[in-house]
Design a protein around this ligand. Structure first.
Ligand code: FAD
Length: 461
Protein backbone atom coordinates (compact mmCIF):
# COMPACT_ATOMS: atom_id res chain seq x y z
CA UNK A 1 0.00 0.00 0.00
CA UNK A 2 1.50 3.36 -1.02
CA UNK A 3 1.54 6.04 1.68
CA UNK A 4 1.34 9.77 1.10
CA UNK A 5 4.04 11.87 2.78
CA UNK A 6 1.51 13.08 5.36
CA UNK A 7 0.38 9.49 6.16
CA UNK A 8 4.00 8.39 6.51
CA UNK A 9 4.83 11.33 8.84
CA UNK A 10 1.71 10.67 10.91
CA UNK A 11 2.60 6.98 11.36
CA UNK A 12 6.23 7.74 12.20
CA UNK A 13 4.93 10.34 14.69
CA UNK A 14 2.68 7.75 16.34
CA UNK A 15 5.55 5.23 16.61
CA UNK A 16 7.92 7.81 18.08
CA UNK A 17 5.24 8.93 20.57
CA UNK A 18 4.85 5.31 21.68
CA UNK A 19 8.60 4.83 21.92
CA UNK A 20 8.72 8.03 23.96
CA UNK A 21 6.28 6.56 26.47
CA UNK A 22 8.41 3.54 27.29
CA UNK A 23 11.49 3.21 25.08
CA UNK A 24 12.28 0.64 22.37
CA UNK A 25 12.52 -2.23 24.87
CA UNK A 26 8.94 -1.56 26.06
CA UNK A 27 7.76 -1.53 22.47
CA UNK A 28 9.65 -4.77 21.75
CA UNK A 29 8.18 -6.40 24.88
CA UNK A 30 4.70 -5.28 23.89
CA UNK A 31 5.16 -6.83 20.44
CA UNK A 32 6.43 -10.11 22.01
CA UNK A 33 3.51 -10.23 24.44
CA UNK A 34 1.14 -9.19 21.63
CA UNK A 35 -0.12 -6.23 23.69
CA UNK A 36 -1.84 -3.66 21.52
CA UNK A 37 -0.61 -0.13 22.27
CA UNK A 38 -3.43 2.22 23.29
CA UNK A 39 -4.11 5.68 21.83
CA UNK A 40 -6.96 8.12 22.22
CA UNK A 41 -9.26 9.43 19.48
CA UNK A 42 -7.09 12.43 18.61
CA UNK A 43 -3.83 10.44 18.68
CA UNK A 44 -2.43 12.90 21.22
CA UNK A 45 -2.28 10.35 24.08
CA UNK A 46 -0.64 6.94 23.83
CA UNK A 47 0.60 4.19 26.15
CA UNK A 48 1.70 0.58 26.28
CA UNK A 49 -0.10 -1.04 29.22
CA UNK A 50 1.32 -4.17 30.82
CA UNK A 51 -2.11 -5.79 30.35
CA UNK A 52 -5.35 -5.02 28.49
CA UNK A 53 -8.33 -6.91 29.84
CA UNK A 54 -12.08 -7.09 29.25
CA UNK A 55 -13.58 -9.10 32.12
CA UNK A 56 -16.76 -11.04 31.36
CA UNK A 57 -18.41 -10.80 34.79
CA UNK A 58 -18.39 -8.58 37.86
CA UNK A 59 -16.83 -11.43 39.89
CA UNK A 60 -13.98 -11.70 37.38
CA UNK A 61 -13.50 -7.93 37.43
CA UNK A 62 -13.50 -7.84 41.25
CA UNK A 63 -10.92 -10.67 41.45
CA UNK A 64 -8.73 -8.95 38.89
CA UNK A 65 -8.76 -5.61 40.70
CA UNK A 66 -8.22 -7.21 44.11
CA UNK A 67 -5.27 -9.30 42.94
CA UNK A 68 -3.56 -6.48 41.03
CA UNK A 69 -0.71 -4.97 43.00
CA UNK A 70 0.74 -1.50 42.42
CA UNK A 71 -1.05 1.36 40.71
CA UNK A 72 -2.16 2.32 37.22
CA UNK A 73 -5.37 0.27 37.05
CA UNK A 74 -7.37 2.37 34.60
CA UNK A 75 -10.87 1.79 33.27
CA UNK A 76 -11.21 2.85 29.65
CA UNK A 77 -14.34 3.73 27.67
CA UNK A 78 -14.23 4.83 24.03
CA UNK A 79 -10.89 6.67 24.49
CA UNK A 80 -12.48 9.99 23.50
CA UNK A 81 -10.83 12.04 26.23
CA UNK A 82 -8.10 14.42 25.09
CA UNK A 83 -6.41 14.65 28.51
CA UNK A 84 -4.10 11.95 29.92
CA UNK A 85 -6.78 10.23 32.01
CA UNK A 86 -6.05 6.79 30.55
CA UNK A 87 -2.30 6.34 29.86
CA UNK A 88 -0.81 3.69 32.11
CA UNK A 89 1.93 1.10 32.11
CA UNK A 90 -0.31 -0.95 34.42
CA UNK A 91 -3.65 -2.57 33.62
CA UNK A 92 -6.22 -1.17 31.20
CA UNK A 93 -9.75 -2.46 31.81
CA UNK A 94 -12.43 -2.29 29.12
CA UNK A 95 -16.10 -2.64 30.07
CA UNK A 96 -17.01 -3.82 26.58
CA UNK A 97 -18.75 -6.87 28.08
CA UNK A 98 -20.97 -4.70 30.28
CA UNK A 99 -23.39 -3.21 27.78
CA UNK A 100 -27.07 -2.79 27.00
CA UNK A 101 -30.32 -1.86 28.71
CA UNK A 102 -30.60 -3.90 31.93
CA UNK A 103 -33.93 -2.70 33.33
CA UNK A 104 -36.41 0.16 33.12
CA UNK A 105 -39.42 1.54 34.95
CA UNK A 106 -42.21 3.02 32.79
CA UNK A 107 -43.73 4.90 35.75
CA UNK A 108 -40.61 6.71 36.98
CA UNK A 109 -38.94 6.86 33.52
CA UNK A 110 -35.75 5.45 35.02
CA UNK A 111 -33.47 2.98 33.24
CA UNK A 112 -30.29 1.06 34.06
CA UNK A 113 -27.55 0.34 31.51
CA UNK A 114 -24.27 -1.57 31.48
CA UNK A 115 -21.51 0.96 32.12
CA UNK A 116 -19.68 0.16 28.89
CA UNK A 117 -22.70 0.90 26.67
CA UNK A 118 -21.79 3.39 23.93
CA UNK A 119 -24.16 6.39 24.12
CA UNK A 120 -24.92 5.72 20.42
CA UNK A 121 -26.56 2.45 21.48
CA UNK A 122 -28.87 3.93 24.11
CA UNK A 123 -31.33 5.96 22.02
CA UNK A 124 -33.12 3.11 20.20
CA UNK A 125 -33.65 0.80 23.24
CA UNK A 126 -34.84 3.78 25.27
CA UNK A 127 -37.27 4.80 22.51
CA UNK A 128 -38.73 1.27 22.52
CA UNK A 129 -39.64 1.73 26.20
CA UNK A 130 -40.87 5.31 25.69
CA UNK A 131 -37.87 7.06 27.27
CA UNK A 132 -35.10 9.44 26.20
CA UNK A 133 -32.06 11.11 27.74
CA UNK A 134 -33.09 14.71 28.59
CA UNK A 135 -30.08 16.15 26.73
CA UNK A 136 -27.04 14.85 24.87
CA UNK A 137 -23.49 15.90 23.97
CA UNK A 138 -22.16 16.90 20.58
CA UNK A 139 -21.20 13.29 19.72
CA UNK A 140 -22.43 9.91 20.98
CA UNK A 141 -19.32 7.74 20.61
CA UNK A 142 -18.58 7.89 24.37
CA UNK A 143 -19.47 5.04 26.71
CA UNK A 144 -21.95 5.80 29.48
CA UNK A 145 -19.36 5.37 32.28
CA UNK A 146 -16.71 7.31 30.36
CA UNK A 147 -19.13 10.19 29.76
CA UNK A 148 -20.32 10.50 33.36
CA UNK A 149 -16.78 10.15 34.73
CA UNK A 150 -15.82 13.53 33.19
CA UNK A 151 -19.26 15.22 33.52
CA UNK A 152 -19.73 15.26 29.77
CA UNK A 153 -22.49 17.69 28.76
CA UNK A 154 -24.55 19.13 25.94
CA UNK A 155 -26.01 22.64 25.87
CA UNK A 156 -29.01 24.38 27.47
CA UNK A 157 -29.17 26.37 30.73
CA UNK A 158 -31.97 24.14 32.02
CA UNK A 159 -29.93 20.95 31.46
CA UNK A 160 -27.13 19.53 33.61
CA UNK A 161 -24.39 17.15 32.47
CA UNK A 162 -25.05 13.40 32.03
CA UNK A 163 -23.75 12.93 35.60
CA UNK A 164 -26.59 15.07 36.98
CA UNK A 165 -29.08 12.45 35.71
CA UNK A 166 -27.31 9.53 37.42
CA UNK A 167 -29.46 8.19 40.29
CA UNK A 168 -27.57 4.99 41.07
CA UNK A 169 -24.46 3.06 40.09
CA UNK A 170 -22.48 -0.09 40.89
CA UNK A 171 -18.79 0.36 41.76
CA UNK A 172 -16.05 -2.27 42.08
CA UNK A 173 -13.49 -0.89 44.54
CA UNK A 174 -9.73 -1.38 45.04
CA UNK A 175 -10.22 -4.26 47.49
CA UNK A 176 -12.68 -6.04 45.16
CA UNK A 177 -15.90 -5.03 46.92
CA UNK A 178 -18.97 -4.63 44.72
CA UNK A 179 -21.01 -1.67 45.99
CA UNK A 180 -24.51 -0.56 44.96
CA UNK A 181 -24.67 3.18 45.53
CA UNK A 182 -27.46 5.74 45.44
CA UNK A 183 -28.89 8.59 47.53
CA UNK A 184 -29.80 6.11 50.32
CA UNK A 185 -26.84 3.72 50.14
CA UNK A 186 -23.52 5.48 50.96
CA UNK A 187 -24.80 8.81 49.60
CA UNK A 188 -21.48 10.70 49.88
CA UNK A 189 -19.58 8.01 47.99
CA UNK A 190 -22.41 7.82 45.43
CA UNK A 191 -22.33 11.54 44.79
CA UNK A 192 -18.54 11.56 44.42
CA UNK A 193 -18.67 8.57 42.03
CA UNK A 194 -20.99 10.45 39.66
CA UNK A 195 -17.86 12.33 38.46
CA UNK A 196 -14.66 10.56 39.52
CA UNK A 197 -12.29 10.27 36.53
CA UNK A 198 -12.08 6.53 37.23
CA UNK A 199 -10.28 7.25 40.51
CA UNK A 200 -12.70 5.58 42.95
CA UNK A 201 -13.06 2.20 41.22
CA UNK A 202 -14.63 0.65 38.15
CA UNK A 203 -18.31 1.34 37.43
CA UNK A 204 -20.20 -1.64 35.98
CA UNK A 205 -23.79 -0.31 35.74
CA UNK A 206 -25.48 3.10 35.82
CA UNK A 207 -29.11 4.02 36.58
CA UNK A 208 -30.42 7.17 34.93
CA UNK A 209 -33.40 9.47 35.45
CA UNK A 210 -34.75 9.94 31.93
CA UNK A 211 -37.83 11.62 30.48
CA UNK A 212 -40.51 10.54 28.01
CA UNK A 213 -39.32 10.08 24.42
CA UNK A 214 -39.53 13.31 22.41
CA UNK A 215 -38.80 14.84 19.05
CA UNK A 216 -36.46 17.75 18.36
CA UNK A 217 -36.30 20.40 15.67
CA UNK A 218 -32.85 21.82 14.86
CA UNK A 219 -32.19 25.08 13.04
CA UNK A 220 -28.74 26.43 12.11
CA UNK A 221 -27.82 29.75 10.56
CA UNK A 222 -24.85 32.05 10.00
CA UNK A 223 -24.81 35.47 11.67
CA UNK A 224 -22.34 38.14 12.73
CA UNK A 225 -20.71 36.99 15.98
CA UNK A 226 -21.20 40.36 17.70
CA UNK A 227 -24.94 40.35 16.87
CA UNK A 228 -25.28 36.87 18.37
CA UNK A 229 -23.43 37.90 21.51
CA UNK A 230 -25.76 40.87 21.95
CA UNK A 231 -28.79 38.63 21.44
CA UNK A 232 -27.73 35.82 23.81
CA UNK A 233 -30.26 36.58 26.61
CA UNK A 234 -33.16 36.21 24.17
CA UNK A 235 -31.71 33.20 22.33
CA UNK A 236 -31.13 31.36 25.60
CA UNK A 237 -34.56 32.25 26.99
CA UNK A 238 -36.56 31.33 23.91
CA UNK A 239 -34.87 28.02 23.03
CA UNK A 240 -34.36 24.70 24.81
CA UNK A 241 -30.81 24.40 23.47
CA UNK A 242 -28.65 27.18 22.07
CA UNK A 243 -25.00 27.13 21.03
CA UNK A 244 -22.81 28.86 18.51
CA UNK A 245 -19.49 28.27 16.79
CA UNK A 246 -17.44 31.41 16.07
CA UNK A 247 -15.42 30.95 12.87
CA UNK A 248 -11.82 31.91 13.68
CA UNK A 249 -10.32 34.93 11.85
CA UNK A 250 -13.78 35.98 10.62
CA UNK A 251 -16.65 38.15 11.91
CA UNK A 252 -19.29 35.40 11.66
CA UNK A 253 -20.49 32.36 13.58
CA UNK A 254 -22.62 29.30 12.96
CA UNK A 255 -25.53 29.45 15.43
CA UNK A 256 -27.77 26.52 16.38
CA UNK A 257 -31.03 26.11 18.30
CA UNK A 258 -32.87 22.88 19.11
CA UNK A 259 -36.42 22.79 20.42
CA UNK A 260 -38.85 20.06 21.37
CA UNK A 261 -41.59 19.66 18.77
CA UNK A 262 -44.85 17.75 18.39
CA UNK A 263 -44.43 17.82 14.59
CA UNK A 264 -44.18 14.20 13.40
CA UNK A 265 -42.56 14.97 10.03
CA UNK A 266 -38.96 13.74 9.79
CA UNK A 267 -36.17 15.84 8.32
CA UNK A 268 -33.29 13.41 8.61
CA UNK A 269 -29.78 14.60 9.40
CA UNK A 270 -27.47 14.52 6.38
CA UNK A 271 -25.11 11.54 6.37
CA UNK A 272 -21.35 11.97 6.58
CA UNK A 273 -19.34 14.21 8.83
CA UNK A 274 -18.06 17.76 8.88
CA UNK A 275 -14.87 17.00 6.93
CA UNK A 276 -15.91 18.95 3.86
CA UNK A 277 -16.63 22.17 5.78
CA UNK A 278 -13.52 21.86 7.95
CA UNK A 279 -11.50 21.25 4.77
CA UNK A 280 -12.68 24.61 3.32
CA UNK A 281 -11.63 26.43 6.50
CA UNK A 282 -8.27 24.65 6.40
CA UNK A 283 -7.67 25.70 2.80
CA UNK A 284 -8.52 29.34 3.54
CA UNK A 285 -6.13 29.20 6.51
CA UNK A 286 -3.31 27.68 4.43
CA UNK A 287 -3.45 30.27 1.65
CA UNK A 288 -4.59 33.42 3.43
CA UNK A 289 -3.35 33.33 7.00
CA UNK A 290 -0.65 35.91 6.22
CA UNK A 291 -3.27 38.24 4.68
CA UNK A 292 -5.67 38.75 7.62
CA UNK A 293 -8.04 41.18 5.86
CA UNK A 294 -8.47 38.96 2.81
CA UNK A 295 -8.78 35.93 5.11
CA UNK A 296 -11.65 37.54 7.05
CA UNK A 297 -13.43 38.77 3.89
CA UNK A 298 -13.24 35.36 2.24
CA UNK A 299 -14.50 33.55 5.37
CA UNK A 300 -17.35 36.04 5.89
CA UNK A 301 -18.43 35.41 2.29
CA UNK A 302 -17.78 31.65 2.20
CA UNK A 303 -19.53 30.72 5.43
CA UNK A 304 -22.64 32.77 4.59
CA UNK A 305 -23.04 30.67 1.45
CA UNK A 306 -22.83 27.27 3.13
CA UNK A 307 -26.14 25.41 3.50
CA UNK A 308 -27.42 24.07 6.82
CA UNK A 309 -30.77 22.32 6.31
CA UNK A 310 -33.18 22.01 9.26
CA UNK A 311 -33.28 18.65 11.04
CA UNK A 312 -36.27 17.10 12.79
CA UNK A 313 -36.37 13.62 14.29
CA UNK A 314 -36.32 11.66 17.55
CA UNK A 315 -34.13 13.62 19.98
CA UNK A 316 -31.14 11.26 20.01
CA UNK A 317 -30.90 11.34 16.19
CA UNK A 318 -30.72 15.16 16.24
CA UNK A 319 -28.25 15.74 19.09
CA UNK A 320 -25.33 13.62 17.88
CA UNK A 321 -22.93 14.67 15.11
CA UNK A 322 -20.24 12.83 13.18
CA UNK A 323 -16.78 14.34 13.71
CA UNK A 324 -14.57 12.84 11.04
CA UNK A 325 -11.76 15.39 11.25
CA UNK A 326 -9.53 14.72 14.23
CA UNK A 327 -8.43 17.54 16.51
CA UNK A 328 -7.19 18.26 20.02
CA UNK A 329 -9.34 20.33 22.33
CA UNK A 330 -9.21 22.51 25.44
CA UNK A 331 -12.47 23.51 27.15
CA UNK A 332 -13.12 25.56 30.25
CA UNK A 333 -16.38 26.18 32.08
CA UNK A 334 -16.70 29.82 33.18
CA UNK A 335 -19.57 31.27 35.25
CA UNK A 336 -22.55 31.59 32.87
CA UNK A 337 -22.66 35.39 33.07
CA UNK A 338 -18.95 35.65 32.13
CA UNK A 339 -19.39 33.70 28.86
CA UNK A 340 -19.77 36.61 26.39
CA UNK A 341 -16.84 38.62 27.77
CA UNK A 342 -14.61 35.55 27.87
CA UNK A 343 -15.34 34.45 24.29
CA UNK A 344 -14.92 38.04 23.03
CA UNK A 345 -11.45 38.18 24.60
CA UNK A 346 -10.49 34.80 23.11
CA UNK A 347 -11.59 35.84 19.62
CA UNK A 348 -9.76 39.18 19.92
CA UNK A 349 -6.55 37.41 20.99
CA UNK A 350 -6.73 34.91 18.12
CA UNK A 351 -7.33 37.70 15.60
CA UNK A 352 -4.76 40.18 16.95
CA UNK A 353 -2.02 37.57 17.33
CA UNK A 354 -3.04 35.80 14.11
CA UNK A 355 -2.88 32.47 15.96
CA UNK A 356 -2.60 29.51 13.65
CA UNK A 357 -5.83 27.52 13.94
CA UNK A 358 -8.96 27.17 11.82
CA UNK A 359 -11.44 24.92 13.68
CA UNK A 360 -14.35 27.02 15.05
CA UNK A 361 -14.81 27.64 18.78
CA UNK A 362 -17.75 26.05 20.59
CA UNK A 363 -19.92 28.05 23.04
CA UNK A 364 -22.57 26.29 25.20
CA UNK A 365 -24.50 26.56 28.49
CA UNK A 366 -24.82 23.95 31.28
CA UNK A 367 -26.91 23.98 34.47
CA UNK A 368 -25.33 23.78 37.94
CA UNK A 369 -25.26 20.51 39.93
CA UNK A 370 -24.24 19.39 43.44
CA UNK A 371 -21.51 16.87 42.54
CA UNK A 372 -18.15 17.61 44.23
CA UNK A 373 -15.87 17.12 41.21
CA UNK A 374 -18.29 18.15 38.45
CA UNK A 375 -17.12 21.17 36.47
CA UNK A 376 -20.63 22.54 37.09
CA UNK A 377 -20.54 22.03 40.84
CA UNK A 378 -22.53 24.85 42.43
CA UNK A 379 -22.62 27.15 39.42
CA UNK A 380 -24.49 27.64 36.15
CA UNK A 381 -21.79 27.63 33.50
CA UNK A 382 -20.83 28.60 30.01
CA UNK A 383 -18.62 26.00 28.29
CA UNK A 384 -16.13 27.43 25.78
CA UNK A 385 -13.91 25.14 23.69
CA UNK A 386 -10.91 25.80 21.46
CA UNK A 387 -9.62 23.20 19.02
CA UNK A 388 -6.47 22.50 17.05
CA UNK A 389 -6.30 20.21 14.00
CA UNK A 390 -4.69 16.92 15.04
CA UNK A 391 -1.47 17.27 13.07
CA UNK A 392 -0.86 20.91 14.05
CA UNK A 393 0.92 21.72 17.31
CA UNK A 394 -1.59 22.88 19.91
CA UNK A 395 0.80 23.91 22.71
CA UNK A 396 1.48 27.49 21.61
CA UNK A 397 -2.14 28.13 20.63
CA UNK A 398 -3.65 26.75 23.84
CA UNK A 399 -0.96 28.50 25.95
CA UNK A 400 -2.16 31.88 24.60
CA UNK A 401 -5.81 31.10 25.41
CA UNK A 402 -5.66 29.22 28.74
CA UNK A 403 -4.78 32.32 30.86
CA UNK A 404 -7.93 34.02 29.50
CA UNK A 405 -10.02 31.19 30.97
CA UNK A 406 -8.16 31.56 34.30
CA UNK A 407 -8.98 35.27 34.36
CA UNK A 408 -12.70 34.39 34.22
CA UNK A 409 -12.45 31.77 37.00
CA UNK A 410 -12.75 28.90 34.53
CA UNK A 411 -12.64 25.22 35.47
CA UNK A 412 -11.08 22.89 32.86
CA UNK A 413 -13.16 20.07 31.35
CA UNK A 414 -11.64 16.90 32.87
CA UNK A 415 -11.67 15.08 29.53
CA UNK A 416 -9.96 17.90 27.61
CA UNK A 417 -6.45 19.38 27.60
CA UNK A 418 -5.34 21.76 30.36
CA UNK A 419 -2.22 22.43 32.43
CA UNK A 420 -3.63 22.74 35.96
CA UNK A 421 -2.42 20.78 38.98
CA UNK A 422 -3.88 20.04 42.43
CA UNK A 423 -2.82 23.36 43.97
CA UNK A 424 -4.66 25.34 41.28
CA UNK A 425 -7.66 23.02 41.00
CA UNK A 426 -8.30 23.02 44.76
CA UNK A 427 -8.96 26.78 44.52
CA UNK A 428 -11.51 26.29 41.74
CA UNK A 429 -13.47 23.49 43.42
CA UNK A 430 -14.94 24.38 46.85
CA UNK A 431 -15.50 20.63 47.50
CA UNK A 432 -12.10 19.43 46.25
CA UNK A 433 -11.00 18.30 49.74
CA UNK A 434 -14.28 16.42 50.27
CA UNK A 435 -13.59 14.40 47.10
CA UNK A 436 -9.94 13.87 48.06
CA UNK A 437 -10.92 12.50 51.48
CA UNK A 438 -13.39 10.07 49.90
CA UNK A 439 -10.82 8.98 47.32
CA UNK A 440 -8.12 8.36 49.91
CA UNK A 441 -10.48 6.36 52.11
CA UNK A 442 -11.70 4.08 49.31
CA UNK A 443 -8.36 3.69 47.48
CA UNK A 444 -5.66 4.33 50.13
CA UNK A 445 -2.78 2.93 48.05
CA UNK A 446 -3.73 4.82 44.87
CA UNK A 447 -4.41 1.68 42.82
CA UNK A 448 -6.53 3.65 40.33
CA UNK A 449 -4.06 6.52 39.81
CA UNK A 450 -1.81 7.25 36.85
CA UNK A 451 0.66 10.14 36.42
CA UNK A 452 -1.99 12.62 35.30
CA UNK A 453 -4.32 11.85 38.21
CA UNK A 454 -1.39 12.12 40.66
CA UNK A 455 -0.80 15.62 39.35
CA UNK A 456 -4.50 16.53 39.54
CA UNK A 457 -4.87 15.18 43.07
CA UNK A 458 -1.42 16.20 44.33
CA UNK A 459 -0.33 12.67 45.18
CA UNK A 460 3.44 11.99 45.38
CA UNK A 461 4.74 8.99 43.37
C1 FAD B 1 -15.01 14.46 18.95
C2 FAD B 1 -15.29 14.65 20.42
C3 FAD B 1 -16.42 15.35 20.80
C4 FAD B 1 -16.69 15.54 22.17
N1 FAD B 1 -17.82 16.23 22.52
C5 FAD B 1 -18.08 16.47 23.83
C6 FAD B 1 -19.25 17.19 24.22
O1 FAD B 1 -20.10 17.55 23.41
N2 FAD B 1 -19.40 17.46 25.55
C7 FAD B 1 -18.49 17.08 26.49
O2 FAD B 1 -18.67 17.39 27.68
N3 FAD B 1 -17.40 16.35 26.14
C8 FAD B 1 -17.19 16.03 24.84
N4 FAD B 1 -16.09 15.28 24.50
C9 FAD B 1 -15.26 14.72 25.59
C10 FAD B 1 -15.75 13.31 25.97
O3 FAD B 1 -17.16 13.29 26.07
C11 FAD B 1 -15.21 12.92 27.34
O4 FAD B 1 -13.82 13.00 27.37
C12 FAD B 1 -15.67 11.51 27.76
O5 FAD B 1 -15.21 11.27 29.07
C13 FAD B 1 -15.17 10.42 26.83
O6 FAD B 1 -15.84 9.20 27.11
P1 FAD B 1 -15.15 7.80 26.76
O7 FAD B 1 -16.17 6.71 26.86
O8 FAD B 1 -14.38 7.88 25.52
O9 FAD B 1 -14.18 7.64 28.03
P2 FAD B 1 -12.59 7.58 28.11
O10 FAD B 1 -12.04 8.78 27.45
O11 FAD B 1 -12.11 6.27 27.66
O12 FAD B 1 -12.42 7.72 29.70
C14 FAD B 1 -12.81 8.91 30.34
C15 FAD B 1 -12.74 8.72 31.85
O13 FAD B 1 -13.74 7.80 32.27
C16 FAD B 1 -13.17 6.80 33.08
N5 FAD B 1 -13.94 5.57 32.88
C17 FAD B 1 -14.30 4.99 31.72
N6 FAD B 1 -15.02 3.87 31.96
C18 FAD B 1 -15.12 3.76 33.30
C19 FAD B 1 -15.72 2.81 34.18
N7 FAD B 1 -16.41 1.77 33.70
N8 FAD B 1 -15.61 2.99 35.51
C20 FAD B 1 -14.94 4.05 36.02
N9 FAD B 1 -14.34 4.98 35.24
C21 FAD B 1 -14.44 4.84 33.90
C22 FAD B 1 -11.74 6.68 32.58
O14 FAD B 1 -10.90 6.07 33.55
C23 FAD B 1 -11.42 8.15 32.34
O15 FAD B 1 -11.05 8.76 33.54
C24 FAD B 1 -15.80 15.03 23.16
C25 FAD B 1 -14.67 14.30 22.76
C26 FAD B 1 -14.42 14.10 21.40
C27 FAD B 1 -13.21 13.30 20.99
Amino acid sequence: MALTRRQLMTRLGAISALVGTGGWSTLANAARERIIPWRNWSGGQTCIPAARVAPATEAELADLIKSTTGSGVRAVGSSHSFSALIPTDGTLISLSNFTGLLSHDPKTLQAEFGAGTPMSQMGEPLLKVGQALPNMADIDYQTLAGAISTSTHGTGPKFGSYSSNVIGLRLVTANGQILDLDKNRQPELFNAARVSLGSLGVITRVKLQNRNAFRLHQKQWVQKTEELLEDIPRLVKENDHFEFNPILHSDVSLAQVQNETQDTRTLAKEGGGDGDKVGKLQMANTYLRNHPDAHASLLNFLVKHLEFPDVQDQSFRVYANVRDQRFNEMEYEVPAEAGPACVREILKTIREQNLNSFIPLEYRYVKADDIPLSMFSGRDSCAISVHQYFDMDYHNFFAQIEPIFWKYDGRPHWGKLHTLNAAQLSKLYPRFKEFQDIRRSIDPTGKFLNGHLRSIFGVQC
